[in-house]
Write a protein that binds this ligand. Structure first.
Ligand code: 13P
Ligand code: SF4
Length: 303
């Protein structure tokens, strides 16, 4: 294994010099999580991006996350070390298609998962993340909700609320390919474990789970639970963060496919280069930004 100490020290030094903050999603490589100022879920990262005093935000995540930071903090320089790190699910929804759907359901409120492009957010009434989706949906007076773009989360939502959910056909390839049989096999091998899965997983997986929640919700659930072992249905980067927080517990990731190649595209080398050059900068067209900001602000206000 490569020793990352030297490059991590270089990154920390440069970060101070440039008045930069490093934000990392839980799915980032362990050595990136270890050098970050804040490691969290999509919601926590949005909050940090909105509140930071730093001049530069190095966003270790995927494009829509850096874009959300640019929407929330337009006067800051937002860098995405690997600009090609996109989220395939976010790219499955387009603003034109959403406008058409809105025409078909004029009474529906439009809830956009943060995993969307700025253009799609600009067409949404409110955004949500896996951490606040239920509160967001329940904060709306509308009976009908257009939920974009994750069909699995839409299905889950339709089961846990009394709203009529109009789904989009998107999905996360990392979570969607987790199989129920993989989860059940792990349970057979570790019968004393609890099954905790992300709502982006397919419904067959959600059906057999003890808990369905986003990444930050997993920490909360595990914290209050007495179990020693958990089968985790989400991207495997979370293992590093979970193990750090709960060293006495064991976390089993039931499939080797639980890897998001896009999340893993950022590396320490790219972060260092990005701090040296202050590039690549993520920007959003001002008209789109202002509209998208409304949907993000509305989300941040929901308790
Ligand atoms: P959360 O960390 O907000 O649960 O997001 C999951 C995800 O897939 C982000 O890309
Ligand atoms: Fe997108 Fe899924 Fe990767 Fe998250 S894990 S960035 S939702 S493809």
């Amino acid at each position: 294994v490569r020793d990352f100490t030297a490059i991590q020290a270089q990154i920390k030094k440069l970060k101070e010099e440039k008045n930069a903050i490093i934000l990392a999603h839980y799915y980032q490589r362990p050595e990136i999580q270890d050098v970050a100022d804040f490691v969290g879920d999509s919601f926590g990262l949005s909050q940090q991006a909105a509140e930071t005093d730093a001049e530069v935000i190095v966003f270790c995540g995927v494009h829509f996350m850096a874009e959300s930071a640019a929407i929330l903090s337009p006067d800051k320089k937002v860098l995405l070390p690997e600009p090609k790190a996109g989220c395939p699910m976010a790219d499955m929804a387009d603003a034109e298609g959403l406008k058409e759907l809105k025409k078909k359901y004029p009474n529906a409120a439009v809830v956009g998962y943060v995993n969307t492009t700025a253009e799609v957010k600009a067409e949404c009434d409110i955004c949500c993340t896996s951490a606040n989706v239920l509160n967001v949906v329940n904060s709306l007076p509308n009976k009908e909700i257009i939920y974009v773009p994750d069909k699995n989360m839409a299905d889950y939502l339709s089961k846990i609320t009394d709203k009529t959910i109009i789904p989009w056909a998107g999905y996360c390839y990392t979570h969607d390919r987790l199989l129920q049989e993989e989860v059940l096999k792990a349970k057979e091998e570790h019968p004393e474990s609890l099954i905790v899965v992300h709502p982006e997983c397919p419904k067959e997986v959600v059906e057999v789970a003890d808990e369905v929640t986003g990444t930050s919700g997993m920490f909360k659930y595990i914290e209050q639970s007495d179990a020693k072992k958990y089968i985790i249905g989400t991207e495997s980067g979370l293992k590093h963060a979970l193990q750090k927080k709960f060293p006495e517990k064991e976390f089993i990731f039931p499939s080797k496919n639980l890897v998001c190649a896009n999340m893993k595209a950022n590396t320490l080398d790219k972060i260092l280069e990005s701090l040296q050059t202050l590039e690549p900068v993520i920007t959003v067209d001002e008209e789109v930004r202002v509209k998208a900001r409304k949907a993000l602000d509305r989300m941040l206000e929901v308790k």
